[in-house]
Design a binder for this molecule. Structure first.
Ligand code: ZN
Length: 421
């Protein structure tokens, strides 16, 4: 398949994110990348097809820095629980009842929802990586595939687990499709210290990124800080607890040498005094999932503490297994627009422009993408989403964070991949 034809997209407003919004803007696309961005009246090309998107905002495709596509069919299946370990037990039971075919259908539906809601790049946690490899060709989405590893219940040899995961990483990279691959030790409580050391060594050798759920729940925090609580009680027969009672979950990942610019810590809701500084000084990234956070009713996300420590948090959807129905009771869909709205609803100190950055450039930075992903700029991938703009708001970012439902169009690598028309 050759490159898509060059073309020019004109819109009432173009929001490049990396530069100020442009009224009556135009974007020239060639070979799947952006060739030029500016005001329509300044465009001087010839011989290219021009598409006028009309009363619309053209903006970068969104970057979802944490997702579990294969749990999409679990939307509404697991009720929120008082204690976090009970929810973990619930999802383990729900997962064990799913067939490979159901997992595949769920992954595909999740990918479809993301594209339909304007996400073009996703960091996906693969619980069944052998299935994901076959599903990748069926979606235009740029899937960065992170192999999930646990190993506490299975008692599998950590070196063997990581070797198997690295085979997926190398296969994903070698196949030449869109997106990179990396490792995802599930969480401090669901892994053994030896696994985290193996992950650090393997990631260092291959240069892949590592992402992990860290300090998600109060029970996890209590387990590692104080060697007590519901999670400690649940797991003390299943894993050694000599890493409990010695420090916070963030301190634990730092002790294993996982923190650093290639590390994406997901959730990070429960911090000890020095944890924000540990993350900031190491250059680690934090992924906040606002709707999952609300589902579990965690304590306030420490956005300002992290920001003061130099951590630039980004956003992810997590999975629909931990997302409540929308306001009208309709089933939730995977949508970064819904995550932006949820974050705005819970943090009045943050601006709409900053929330958009969290859903675009900051996610791209967390995923190590320095090619302009998350912006509309010359040389960047031609990944866009388009939403209606009735012109009612002077601040275009306010229109963006208020958008709900599917987008008008999604473009990936210069190709229109979803359209409501
Ligand atoms: Zn997750």
């Amino acid at each position: 398949m050759g490159d898509p034809p060059g073309r020019v997209l004109r819109a009432r407003r173009v929001v490049p994110v990396s530069t100020p919004p442009i009224d009556d803007g135009a974007v020239e696309v060639r070979g799947g990348v952006v060739a030029w961005v500016g005001r329509w009246k300044d465009w001087r090309g010839v011989g290219l097809r021009v598409e006028d998107l009309g009363e619309s905002i053209l903006m970068p495709g969104l970057v979802n820095a944490h997702c579990h596509l294969d749990y999409t069919s679990l939307a509404g299946q697991i009720a929120p629980t008082r204690a976090f370990p009970d929810w973990i037990k619930g999802i383990l039971a729900a997962k064990s009842a799913l067939s490979d075919a159901e997992f595949e259908a769920s992954w595909k539906e999740g990918a479809r929802q993301l594209v339909a809601t304007g996400t073009t790049t996703v960091a996906n946690i693969e619980s069944l990586p052998h299935l994901a490899a076959g599903l990748r060709a069926g979606t235009p989405l740029r899937v960065h595939s992170f192999v999930e590893m646990t190993g506490v219940r299975s008692q599998r040899d950590p070196a063997e687990l990581v070797a198997g995961a690295m085979a997926h990483v190398e296969g994903w990279r070698a196949s030449g499709g869109r997106g990179d691959a990396g490792l995802s030790p599930h969480a401090p409580y669901s892994t053994l210290p030896a696994l985290l050391d193996e992950v650090r060594r393997a990631a260092g050798r291959s240069g892949c990124r590592v992402t992990m759920h860290v300090a998600e729940s109060r029970e996890e925090f209590e387990m590692f800080m104080y060697r007590r609580g519901a999670m400690h009680e649940w797991l003390q027969q299943q894993r050694p607890d000599d890493d409990c009672g010695v420090g916070s979950p963030v301190q634990l990942v730092a002790r294993h040498g996982l923190t650093g610019p290639a590390f994406l810590a997901v959730h990070v809701n429960y911090l000890w005094d020095d944890d924000a500084r540990l993350l900031g000084e190491s250059g680690s990234h934090v992924v906040h999932c606002p709707r999952s956070h609300a589902y579990f009713k965690h304590q306030r996300f420490p956005a300002s503490e992290l920001a003061q420590a130099g951590v630039r948090a980004c956003l992810g959807t997590d999975s629909l297994a931990s997302t409540r129905p929308t306001g009208g009771g309709a089933p939730p869909v995977l949508s970064m627009f819904d995550e932006m709205a949820a974050f705005m609803a819970h943090d009045s100190t943050v601006s709409a422009a900053e929330v958009l950055a969290m859903a675009t450039v900051r996610g791209a930075a967390a995923m190590g993408l320095s090619d302009g992903t998350g912006t509309v700029a010359a040389g960047a991938p031609a990944d866009f989403c388009v939403i209606p703009d009735d012109g009612s708001a002077a601040d275009v970012h306010e229109v963006i964070v208020r958008h709900a439902g599917y987008v008008s169009e999604t473009w990936i690598a210069g190709v229109r991949e979803a359209s409501r028309a």
